[in-house]
Write a protein that binds this ligand. Structure first.
Ligand SMILES: [Zn+2]
Length: 398
């Protein structure tokens, strides 16, 4: 644990904001060097987006065809200026360590190292037998999809699992493994009306803002909690100057769902809002036009038997250790969304902490930045280690 913590401290000291290409690459090299003592060879894979750093793949070839993939990411959401402005850095306080990436996800990377080190010392034969492939996305926080191919091309035929080291969930005493994540689509709605002089030719105008105001209500109404479907209208803009009936208005947002069919229905319902609007000019019935664009998509990772089978191993390991383990379906995305259909995938192997993506601290303590809980590492590392060993043992028996 002291070695893992020291590694984590040094990782947190390297700013690796997604847009800080040099910082992400520096962290990649540092990570490769840290794992080289366990016998891993490094491959740096350039991102499709040239402003992002390299993805990192570390491989340790085993003596058998069995392979296990461990997945984390290099980037954080905090630009260097923000860290400086909020004095946000490595800061131990009791059982907590505050700092950028302590929890999301450099703590997860430290957890990977701990589990591998435990397997190497406690089960050296297994460590040598299995091919270990470790993947770090350089730009997970911006949902870079090229990482999907980086992993898929390198998964071995007999990959027993892809294990994602995002943060642990908690419900009371229970540790929650992540077995599903929502898919997410982002969209833009552009309404084109007809501009007109607001004083002289008001009746000639078709007000794009008025149309958008009606359209966004329909979008929000597509949300359906009973099907875990949410739409969020996130930004609106429109109009130019005050003496003009606005000719254009734009809204952007996202939608999310767990089930692929719900996701597809949601997308179709959104698309169906395109076409002529009901807002028309009084003079000649000129209609506003509504255009719907899907800007980006991350597919859902739905509940599936392969993932459930892995989760059962973690629950079983929890019983052995006296740690209650359960599962959760999470609304946020991870690299699990990109790979779950290629190999059996489980997420939430990281340590416990909180306040991800927050760097601010208020004097009264009502606002606290991201932290990781130090005492959560060892029990979780034990849980991960035992479950991984059981997974390999089961594959040996087959
Ligand atoms: Zn993360």
């Amino acid at each position: 644990m002291p070695t893992a913590l020291e590694t984590l401290r040094q990782m947190v000291g390297i700013n690796s904001f997604t847009g800080n290409r040099d910082g992400v690459n520096k962290l990649g090299r540092f990570t490769a060097e840290r794992f080289s003592s366990l016998g891993f060879a490094a491959e740096f894979v350039p991102s499709v987006n040239p402003s992002y750093g390299d993805h990192l793949v570390l491989t340790r070839r085993g003596r058998t065809s069995k392979s296990i993939a461990l997945v984390s990411h290099l980037d954080t959401v905090f630009p260097p200026e923000e860290e400086a402005r909020n004095n946000f850095h490595w800061q131990p306080e009791g059982d907590r360590i505050y700092g950028p990436g302590t929890h999301d996800i450099k703590g997860g990377t430290a957890m990977m190292w701990l589990a591998l080190e435990a397997i190497r010392t406690q089960a050296p034969k297994v460590f040598e037998d299995v091919t270990w492939k470790l993947f770090w996305n350089s730009s997970e926080e911006t949902l870079s999809h090229d990482f999907s191919e980086v992993c898929r091309r390198r998964f071995d035929r007999e990959t027993l699992a892809a294990l994602v080291f995002e943060s642990e969930g908690r419900l009371g005493n229970e540790r929650l493994m992540v077995v599903a994540r929502k898919g997410r689509g982002t969209w833009r709605v552009t309404v084109t009306g007809r501009g007109a002089h607001a004083g002289a030719k008001h009746r000639h105008g078709a007000n794009a803002i008025l149309q958008l105001a009606q359209t966004v209500q329909r979008i929000e109404a597509l949300s359906d909690y009973s099907r875990d479907l949410t739409f969020n209208v996130a930004t609106v803009s429109g109009g130019t100057v005050l003496n003009r009936v606005p000719h254009e208005a734009i809204a952007e947002g996202e939608f999310r769902a767990f089930k692929p069919e719900v996701y597809q229905q949601a997308k179709a319902a959104l698309r169906a809002l395109a076409g002529p609007g009901e807002v028309r000019s009084v003079a000649d019935r000129y209609a506003c036009d509504v255009k719907v664009e899907i800007l980006s998509e991350s597919r859902p990772w739905p509940r599936n038997p392969e993932t459930d089978r892995l989760a059962a191993l973690w629950q079983e390991a929890g019983k052995q250790l006296g740690i209650p383990v359960n599962v959760e379906e999470r609304g946020g995305l991870s690299d699990g969304n990109l790979i779950w259909d290629a190999v059996p995938t489980l997420d939430g192997l990281g340590p416990w902490g909180d306040n991800d993506h927050c760097s601010e601290r208020s004097a009264d303590g009502s606002k606290l930045p991201e932290y990781v809980e130090v005492s959560s590492f060892v029990p979780k590392a034990a849980l991960n280690t035992i479950a991984i060993l059981t997974l390999i043992e089961q594959a040996d028996r087959r």
